[in-house]
Design a protein around this ligand. Structure first.
Ligand code: ZN
Length: 205
């Protein structure tokens, strides 16, 4: 199927990429992690294609076998990655069964990496069928592999406002929110409101 537009009606065609790392942006394809039930933005083949375009894994127009897209598989991958990362950053035990699922995805992904060279520059390239949209999970798993082994792992945090995951690139590693303008300002106004209410409730006032 020749796809020429990135499904502008999908939330994922314009979703904010605050994760800073591909696998974190993948787990952030929900509205908010702190609310129950979870509002899932990755709900249809169009959403997956819209996200792939958003994160520049695909550029349009492209010929894609959209019928290959299995949303339940993508969601399982996404939630496994989310549980693994949140367990790691919160120092919670990680079940062997979770590692098994993650490693299965990672091994498949890394088996698609080939090295080559252009003159004296070594390049890492992908050797998967680019027309199968499911194959773009491989770059996501590779980014997870790199993140888990990276010194920046301790900079991965969960937003205090919405629970999205992000890599804190601030100098003193002090960022608390996915985005200061959104979750940060909401938090500030909540605290301001609490302070105001407290003052107004204080005896004698
Ligand atoms: Zn947030």
């Amino acid at each position: 199927m020749k796809i020429t537009n990135s499904y502008p009606n999908s939330h994922l065609s314009k979703i904010d990429l605050y994760g800073g790392v591909l696998c974190l942006d993948f787990v952030n394809t929900v509205q908010n992690r702190t609310k129950d039930p979870l509002v899932n933005y990755l709900d249809s083949p169009e959403d997956w294609i819209a996200w792939l375009v958003r994160v520049n894994l695909i550029s349009l127009p492209a010929t894609l076998k959209a019928e290959k897209i299995q949303i339940p598989t993508l969601l399982k991958n996404r939630e496994n990655i989310y549980h693994l990362i949140t367990s790691v950053i919160n120092s919670r035990p990680i079940q062997a069964s979770l590692w098994a699922r993650i490693n299965a995805g990672m091994q498949e992904a890394l088996s698609k990496v080939v090295l080559t060279n252009v003159n004296d520059k070594i390049l890492s390239q992908w050797s998967f069928d680019p027309s199968n949209p499911m194959n773009y999970r491989y770059p996501v798993f590779k980014s997870l592999y790199e993140l888990l082994l990276s010194e920046n792992l301790h900079r991965v945090k969960s937003c205090e406002g919405c629970g999205w995951l992000f890599q804190d690139t601030s100098k003193n590693n002090s960022r608390k929110w996915c985005d200061m303008r959104y979750c940060g300002s909401q938090d500030k106004s909540k605290r301001y409101y609490r302070r105001k209410t407290k003052r107004h409730d204080a005896p004698g006032k």
